[in-house]
Design a protein around this ligand. Structure first.
Ligand code: SAM
Length: 338
């Protein structure tokens, strides 16, 4: 079986693909409030192109794919797209990251199409605050989405909670209590300086999840658990008698680069070896240029393979996010995909 191994010996088995930069939310830490300039449709990869790239990636050794965005459920035709992905032999797992707004109506169809599991973003359990953070989102719909995912069995369900000092850090215990009653994996995520205009007062908003973990440990007895889910960035714990787990993602306070196993495909067809570096390999340009040549299929496959291998070779040893804050590295999550 083929393997993708980077220059530092890390096995790359996970691809995160953003299928759109469009989103029905405007989360304060992700997108500016003012009119957002979207990537023109013709610049976004077509579904067939994404499937083609993923097929080659799987032949090279990718076993897991996560579909993200923007909000992936706003892109039309996603159910058929998932079906096509499911037909790729050797692709072991397909997951999706969503804000949950459309999940209740999609969960069953997506499961039938071959989706294995979902990550749902949820930054507050209070309707008003949720609406403020997401700039207009609906907590009620997100919770309904979570219920549907549980009912349909899109498991395990991971809840992504970005902690922002002074905004939602007072709700940590409410999230933790959710894991006592429901089989949810709550992941506390450190705020990252994705948008240049939040970097100015970023230091006031940032809260280390290690600090959160320490204060929780004073009140709850929780033990580490082995999720055996590979090289993910979260470390998971369980409160005695709890049905779910708590995870801590310490992108800033603790690097987890040494076990990073992922590359990303942006919505406009660039492979990004590391989220926190501006380096990208343009795969779309290369494959669109060979569209009309003879032996098109073989040629395209070769090009895709070369581009993926090149991206893996370029994967840096560790991220430079702290330097990025001062050098204003651009992390546009809606384009790259979180
Ligand atoms: N629309 C989907 C959603 O809401 O989950 C998928 C895309 S969203 C960009 C993916 C993830 O990135 C979300 O869990 C979101 O919280 C996270 N994210 C975006 N900006 C972030 C930031 N500045 N710091 C930490 N996480 C961030």
């Amino acid at each position: 079986m083929s393997q993708l191994v980077d220059s530092f010996g890390r096995k790359i088995t996970y691809l995160r693909a953003s299928i759109t930069d469009r989103c029905n939310y405007r989360c304060t830490y992700c997108k500016p409030e003012e009119q957002f300039k979207f990537i023109p449709h013709k610049e976004i990869l077509r579904y067939e192109e994404i499937v083609e790239i993923i097929k080659v990636a799987v032949n090279l050794g990718i076993t897991k794919v996560r579909i993200t965005g923007g909000e992936p459920l706003v892109r039309k035709g996603i159910v058929d797209f998932i079906k096509k992905l499911r037909s790729i032999e050797k692709l072991e797992e397909i997951s999706l990251t969503t804000n949950g707004f459309f999940l209740a109506e999609y969960a069953e169809k997506m499961k039938a199409a071959g989706l294995n599991r979902v990550n749902i973003s949820l930054d507050s359990l209070q309707e008003d605050k949720y609406r403020r953070i997401t700039r207009g989102g609906s907590l009620e719909r997100a919770l309904r989405g979570i219920d549907s995912a549980l009912k349909i069995g899109l498991l395990p369900i991971k809840i992504n909670t970005v902690l922002i000092r002074g905004i939602n850090d007072d709700e940590v215990e409410d999230f933790v209590r959710l894991t006592l009653e429901r089989p949810l994996n709550i992941r506390f995520i450190e705020l990252m300086p994705y948008r240049e205009d939040i970097t100015d007062n970023y230091k006031d908003k940032f809260i280390s999840v290690l600090e959160i973990k320490e204060s929780l440990a004073k009140k709850y007895s929780f033990s580490p658990i082995d999720t055996s889910s590979g090289n993910g960035p979260a470390k998971y714990y369980q409160i005695e008698g709890g049905k779910g787990t708590i995870g801590f993602i310490t992108a800033l306070s603790q690097h987890f680069c040494q076990s990073c196993n992922r590359i990303r495909l942006t919505s406009e067809g660039k492979i990004r070896p590391c989220l926190f570096s501006n380096q990208e390999i343009d795969i779309k340009k290369a494959i669109r240029e060979v569209e009309s040549t003879e032996n098109e299929q073989i040629c395209r496959e070769k090009i895709i393979r070369k581009k993926i291998e090149m991206a893996v070779k370029l994967k840096p040893k560790g991220h430079k996010i702290k330097e990025g804050i001062s050098n204003k590295i651009s992390f546009k999550m809606s384009r790259i995909g979180g």
